[in-house]
Design a binder for this molecule. Structure first.
Ligand SMILES: C[S@@+](CC[C@H](N)C(=O)[O-])C[C@H]1O[C@@H](n2cnc3c(N)ncnc32)[C@H](O)[C@@H]1O
Length: 221
């Protein structure tokens, strides 16, 4: 297996990730609710999600009244089958973000906790594939490392699920805001880039951010 291909790593942990998601749901943990609420309030016509995983963001969007178009793309077929069973066919599609065919144009593209699980070369390819399909806003949410080596994994490895990830050689690479900004700027002139601190799982141990890239012609908030 290509050590840079994380596809198999995600396939191996798909069942466990879904179990964890269902456990959190039963426990009333409202991961991603504030993001979904903010997005739904902006009322975009269409949202493309890259690395849609268990479909949690889509669930939260529905809970917050979102009625626009949605497409979730994930490289892990187990997640896509799970989501299609939950929400119906046509909303989720299997594919690698760096090579999948992306149909049409989308008001918003969101990637939460996806880029850092890809090696830097692949991150660039992902952005290259996606950016031409984004009309207004590209949102990337990650814990951004501010030091050379990302300590994020080491500090939370004591939790049972993270130990399991370590066994699967889960790639959790260093991600720097500057690097992402440079890639995005090189692809298309952008209106503005904002960093917003967020709270999400793992955020207690490392700084988490949303990077919001607003494309030219988009003048809203
Ligand atoms: C940490 S999970 C996050 C899932 C979801 N965004 C969430 O916030 O719950 C990372 C997800 O990204 C997917 N993923 C990682 N790299 C990908 C790539 N290059 N193309 C497509 N999906 C990818 C994995 O299969 C996994 O479902």
């Amino acid at each position: 297996m290509d050590e840079h291909d994380q596809g198999n790593v995600w396939r191996k942990q798909a069942t466990y990730f879904i179990e964890l998601f269902e456990y959190w749901e039963k426990a009333g943990v409202t991961n991603h609710n504030s993001t979904a609420k903010a997005l739904a309030n902006e009322d975009p016509q269409s949202i493309l999600e890259i690395g849609s995983g268990s479909g949690i963001l889509y669930k939260r969007l529905l809970q917050n009244g979102y009625g626009g178009k949605y497409l979730g793309i994930d490289q892990t077929p187990e997640f896509v089958i799970y989501c299609s069973n939950m929400y119906g066919d046509g909303l989720f599609k299997t594919g690698k973000a760096h090579e999948v065919y992306i149909p049409g144009q989308w008001d918003v593209c969101i990637m939460q906790d996806v880029l850092r699980h890809n090696v830097p070369e692949v991150r660039g390819q992902i952005l290259k594939n996606i950016v031409p399909h984004v009309k207004k806003k590209l949102i990337m949410a990650e814990p951004l490392a501010e030091v050379e080596t990302c300590k994020w994994v080491d500090t939370i490895m004591t939790r049972p699920w993270d130990k399991k990830r370590a066994e699967l050689s889960y790639y959790d690479g260093d991600l720097k805001a500057d690097t992402l900004f440079e890639v995005v700027k090189a692809l298309k002139p952008v209106g503005s880039i904002r960093l917003i601190e967020r709270t999400a799982f793992g955020s207690d141990t490392h700084k988490n951010y949303f990077i919001i890239v607003k494309f030219e012609g988009n003048s809203d908030g």
